[in-house]
Design a protein around this ligand. Structure first.
Ligand code: HEM
Length: 260
């Protein structure tokens, strides 16, 4: 695949003088890019990632995975800003800090609203994406692992919604979380352990809020970022599946394996 024009420039000659500062600055920028690329070979990877063949006949339904990823990134960015003002303390911290974000912080209500509504948007998008993959039969060989990782991503997304719900620490979030943890408690065999883990002990209290905050802020987002990376790697490696109405005429080539 060809490189983009900007990166495909001829090597500069020593006698050539850059006539104006804009060109000189562009040249300097490109020299830095070249310098990094020579040491990391990153352009090869980028070319592999960005210039891929996609099957004929794909449509808007194929953008739902990227839309889910955009929702995840938006949640990450707005979450970082909320974390700058949020205090995960039961005794006069959590509830007040959310009120402060909504009432006093510049654009606080807007960013909080984006995060709150963004959670529902992400859940709707992930289900739509999964439905597209299911109805197009895109989970079949060789994409089973992509599907399995997707299922884990779905569970983690729902867990984000559950752990985030407690954080405003108002009456609704408090009682809804008690109901949610009690439901987890009733799971066969592991239920009581999951309940204890979520509460941070036998009772609801300060540790419960800190625990939910840590899970919501660090544990699940970290896992999700890694799994999305792996999900995308598999999509690039295997290519996007053709729409089912095309597949009916042209079977997909089987991946070649090397005999040992
Ligand atoms: C955070 C959640 C997720 C993100 C960011 C994400 C992202 C993506 C992206 C960008 C694609 C490329 C093509 C497309 O958009 O359709 C894709 C494909 C795929 N996803 Fe997801 N996905 C997520 C969740 C899921 C879930 C919940 C499942 C299923 C349980 C799933 C299964 C798949 C499969 C099998 C493909 C390959 C489709 C094909 O080749 O046509 N993904 N995903």
């Amino acid at each position: 695949m060809p490189l983009p024009k900007l990166l495909n420039r001829p090597a500069p000659t020593t006698t050539q003088q850059s006539p104006n500062p804009v060109e000189a600055a562009t040249e300097a920028g490109l020299t830095v890019v070249d310098w990094i690329d020579e040491r990391t070979q990153i352009s090869q990877g980028l070319r592999w990632m960005m210039f891929r063949k996609v099957p004929k006949g794909i449509n808007w339904a194929y953008t739902l995975g990227s839309a889910t990823m955009f929702a995840f990134l938006s949640q990450a960015v707005t979450g970082v800003f909320l974390a700058m003002y949020y205090r995960p303390s039961v005794t006069g911290g959590a509830y007040e800090s959310i009120r402060n974000i909504n009432d006093n912080v510049f654009l606080g209500q807007f960013v909080h609203g984006m995060h709150k509504w963004g959670a529902s948007v992400m859940i709707i998008l992930i289900f739509l994406h999964m439905a597209r993959v299911f109805f197009f039969g895109a989970y079949k060989y060789p994409r089973e692992l992509t599907w399995i990782i997707g299922v884990v991503l779905l569970i983690l997304t729902l867990a984000m919604g559950f752990t985030g719900y407690l954080l405003p620490f108002d009456q609704r979030s408090y009682w809804a979380t008690i109901v949610g943890v009690n439901i987890n408690n009733t799971a066969p065999f592991l239920g009581p352990y999951i309940g204890d883990f979520l509460r941070g002990g036998p009772e609801f209290g300060a540790t419960t809020l800190s625990r939910f905050y840590a899970i919501h802020m660090m544990l699940i987002p970290g896992l999700m970022a890694a799994l999305i990376g792996f999900h995308l790697y598999l999509i690039m490696k295997l290519g996007i599946s053709a729409p089912p109405w095309l597949k009916a005429h042209e079977p997909e080539p089987v991946i070649e394996t090397v005999e040992v």
